[in-house]
Design a protein around this ligand. Structure first.
Ligand code: NCD
Length: 329
């Protein structure tokens, strides 16, 4: 594997290899000295054309813990604001000897363009392109679900013993809210399906993408209905992405109150989930809109843990793309 662009490109075996490697990486993070020498001498560029807190910091931490040199580039304050194209930016990175570029861009397809253009020779990791894909987010979500819900000896994780190995067979995952604008939802639907989980999308009709019939999912139009009909093991709340809606959302749902009434997760709805179920959110949260503080800060919430798992998963991805092949030889 040279690039990580989309969860659609991952076979079950490849996905499991990343998750297993992430588990080994996570184990190294409990040690006193957390830094591994693995990517010494490699240069990784974080190329961010769109705002980010978690993803950018997490890729930076992952690269540094593998001893790579990290260059952070954000479009704001760079020559991009003078109109420089993606091509010229890529040629500059190539001239600086980047071994890998982590790219977040507002245009769907930007990561593919960079990988396939030949403008640069390094690996490309997609850290979110428009409404299209965000593969490391889906991988960290799957990692978090596997840890809590699959195969552990005791405790809540004892819920499932999957017969097929280390995948997510038998789990039902609910993705709730603004699916239309969510690269997190798209990445999760394909990865979760590859790993054997069942996916339920819970979304207002106006926030369901065109062509949903061909997705391998069930669709319901209210959170209460989803809680009635399905035994949900992991409930992932999606952010209402107002920056991708003209008019701040008013053309997609009548009011914020109405959205919260039908799709928001509060304490009462949370208590209707099965006892072992976990509550997830990729962040950043709109507290009070898609999730209440009670649900976000509850014992079932793994939202903060998703962030730390993100570092281990990104360490695994960087390691497998940049050193995995050499290592195997
Ligand atoms: C997500 C993103 O940027 O796609 N956030 C993240 O990476 N943690 C989700 C979002 O912005 O709602």
């Amino acid at each position: 594997m040279k690039h990580l662009l989309s969860t659609n490109d991952l076979s079950r075996a490849q996905a499991i290899r990343i998750l297993d490697t992430a588990e080994q990486m996570a184990a190294t993070q409990d040690r006193e000295i957390r830094k591994l020498p693995t990517l010494r001498g490699k240069t990784i560029v974080n190329l961010f054309f769109e705002d980010s807190t978690r993803t950018r910091i997490s890729f930076e931490a992952a690269a540094k813990r593998l001893s790579a040199d990290v260059i952070n580039f954000s479009a704001k304050g760079s020559s991009v604001s003078k109109g420089e194209s993606l091509k010229d930016t890529a040629l500059t990175l190539q001239a600086m000897g980047a071994d890998a570029v982590v790219i977040r861009h507002w245009a769907s397809g930007a990561a593919y363009r960079l990988a396939e253009s030949g403008w640069m020779h390094g690996s490309v990791l997609n850290a979110g392109d428009g409404t299209h894909q965000h593969p490391t987010q889906a991988l960290l979500d799957a990692f978090t679900m596997r840890k809590h819900l699959i195969g552990a000896q005791e405790g809540p994780g004892a819920h499932m013993q999957t017969p097929t190995g280390n995948d997510l067979t038998g789990l039902t995952v609910g993705l709730v809210g603004d699916v239309l604008h969510s690269r997190v939802a798209r990445s999760n639907v394909s990865l979760l399906t590859t790993l054997g989980a069942k996916v339920v999308l819970v979304s207002p009709p106006t926030l369901v993408p065109v062509g949903i019939e061909s997705w391998p999912v069930e669709v319901v139009h209210g959170l209460d209905e989803a809680l009635d009909r399905f035994d949900i093991d992991a409930l992932m709340m999606l952010r209402v992405q107002r920056e991708r809606m003209s008019g701040g959302g008013s053309s997609f749902f009548p009011s914020a109150q109405e959205y919260t009434r039908l799709f928001g997760l509060d304490g009462d709805r949370m208590r209707r989930l099965p006892g072992h179920a976990i509550v997830m959110h990729p962040g950043p949260m709109n507290r009070g809109l898609e999730i209440t503080a009670e649900a976000a800060d509850s014992e079932r919430s793994v939202i903060v843990e998703q962030v730390s798992n993100g570092v281990a998963v990104r360490m695994a991805a960087l390691y497998l793309l940049l050193a995995g092949e050499e290592d195997a030889q």
